[in-house]
Design a protein around this ligand. Structure first.
Ligand code: AMP
Ligand code: ZN
Length: 138
């Protein structure tokens, strides 16, 4: 399904033009309009899936391979030292565009810190409860 009220559906399907780093029958990869670093890209499926939980499994199995290919090309083409994959699901997680997308963020030597959190600690009882609650729903 393609939604005519979705900006990423429009970009992925050429209704709104965008320079593509990669394109095939299922995906378009574009540059992020508000890049975290030089070359920050977004993998967009051409079909509309709100997030990872809705993503078609067959389409989903291709995303990591595509990200690896792009990351490799960024390392040799842009000279980045590494890259982060970021994929937000839900507003609470920072998702602002409700069409599944995977960020590929090139990281350069000496570049700013971007994806970081302060490690907490694990309570063993709570860990046991978490395992129970999640495994029961898998
Ligand atoms: P997220 O917070 O994971 O939903 O990320 C949405 C990303 O889409 C942000 O990094 C935006 O800069 C980017 N973005 C929003 N609109 C456009 C657009 N028209 N073209 C390219 N990137 C966009
Ligand atoms: Zn869409």
């Amino acid at each position: 399904m393609v939604r005519d009220d979705c900006i990423f559906c429009k970009i992925a399907n050429g209704v709104i033009p965008a320079a593509a780093l990669y394109e095939d029958d299922d995906f378009k990869v574009i540059l992020d309009a508000g890049p975290a670093s030089k070359g920050h890209a977004l993998i967009l499926p051409k079909q509309h899936y709100q997030d990872l939980c809705e993503l078609d499994e067959a389409v989903g199995t291709r995303v990591l391979g595509l990200a690896a290919k792009l990351g490799k090309a960024m390392k040799s083409g842009l000279g980045c030292a590494g890259f982060n994959l970021v994929q937000n699901n839900g507003e609470a997680a920072g998702q602002t565009v409700k069409h599944f997308h995977m960020h590929i963020i090139p990281r350069y030597e000496g570049g700013p810190e971007m994806v970081a959190w302060k490690p907490g600690s694990v309570d063993p009882e709570e860990a046991e409860q978490i395992v129970e609650e999640v495994t029961a729903r898998m």
